[in-house]
Structures are given as C-alpha cells and as structure tokens.
Design a protein around this ligand. Structure first.
Ligand code: RP5
Length: 171
C-alpha cells in the first residue's frame, strides 16, 4: 500500500459518522488515507505538530471536518502550505455555525470549504481526489468512471420514471 496522500482530520470522534461518507469515496477511488482526531482547542499542540509535519510525511491534501466554532481547518491551514479542504459538520444550528467558521477565513490563508455535513464530506473526498489526479492519470480515469456511473444512475431513474408514467396514463 502506498503512503497515504490524504489526511482526514476530525475535531472529535462525534464527527466520524459524517466523515465516513467521504472515506467511502476515497476507498472507492482506491486512495489511501489516514484518519486522525485532532482538536484545535482540546489538543492544540498535537494539531499544530501534525499540520507542520504533514507535507514532509507525504500528505498532499488535508481534509478537516469540525463542528460548532469550527476552527480546525483554519488552524491547520495556517501551519501548512498543503491545500486544506474544510467540511462543516452539522451539530448545532443545523451546521450554519460550522459553515461560517470554516468558510469565512480572512484573506491570506485559504480553506476550500464544501457543503455542510455528509454531502460536504463526499465532495471533499472527490475534490481531494481531483487534486491528486493532476499527477495521476489512473486516478483521473477512476474519477471519470465514478462520474459516468453517477450519470447512468440518473438516466436509469428517468427510464424507470418514464415507464411508470406510461403505466399511469394507460390506466
Ligand atoms: C468540535 O466540537 C468538534 O469538531 C465537534 O463537531 C464539536 C462537538 O464536539 P464533541 O463535544 O462532540 O466532542 O470541536
């Protein structure tokens, strides 16, 4: 197994069920990853050390998911030059608190922020995959196949819908 290029960080174990959706995507695309619980406020020293060493350890993208006053992604981004993707975890206030805390980084230190919750976790994984695919043709093909099968699913559902509609109008 090659060294993982994607680091998935969560602020708490309570964030893991959300991030699991993204992990499934990484697995499907055969991307190895590491998952860690690092809290920007409960374990600040460990979070800092991880962020500072992530590049030299071989990681190329960091996905950071946190809830409430979600500063994990921003703190990590401030200690690395790797691209950081923030996933706002839906906890309180339907995730609006986490969304704003993650997306509203002051200029100079970006966090690429995706949608709240499981949708965001999936898109974070896909975005990380697309970043890695810039230098990995085989991965690019797998992402292409993923997109294709997603489109096929929609077409199949439409086919089914049209069949049902015909039945409906006959009766
Ligand atoms: C954040 O606070 C975590 O990312 C989590 O989403 C939220 C609540 O944490 P727990 O109280 O569930 O550990 O730091």
């Amino acid at each position: 197994m090659p060294k993982p290029k994607v680091a998935l960080l969560v602020g708490s174990d309570s964030d893991i069920p959300t991030m699991r959706e993204g992990i499934e995507v990484l697995k499907k695309l055969q991307i190895s990853y590491e998952l860690h619980i690092y809290s920007a406020h409960r374990t600040p020293d460990q979070t800092l050390r991880f962020a500072q060493k992530a590049h030299e350890q071989g990681f190329r993208v960091i996905i950071a998911g946190a809830g409430m006053a979600a500063h994990l992604a921003g703190v990590v981004a401030s200690h690395t030059l790797l691209p950081v993707i923030g996933v706002p975890i839906e906890g309180k206030l339907q995730g609006l608190d986490s969304l704003l805390s993650t997306v509203q980084m002051p200029k100079g230190v970006p966090v690429g922020t995706v949608a709240i919750g499981k949708t965001g976790a999936v898109n974070a994984a896909l975005l990380a995959a697309q970043i890695l695919a810039l230098s990995d043709e085989e991965l690019l093909k797998r992402i292409g196949a993923y997109r294709f099968s997603m489109g096929q699913e929609v077409l199949n559902k439409d086919k089914e819908l049209q069949g049902n509609a015909r039945k409906f109008f006959k009766n």
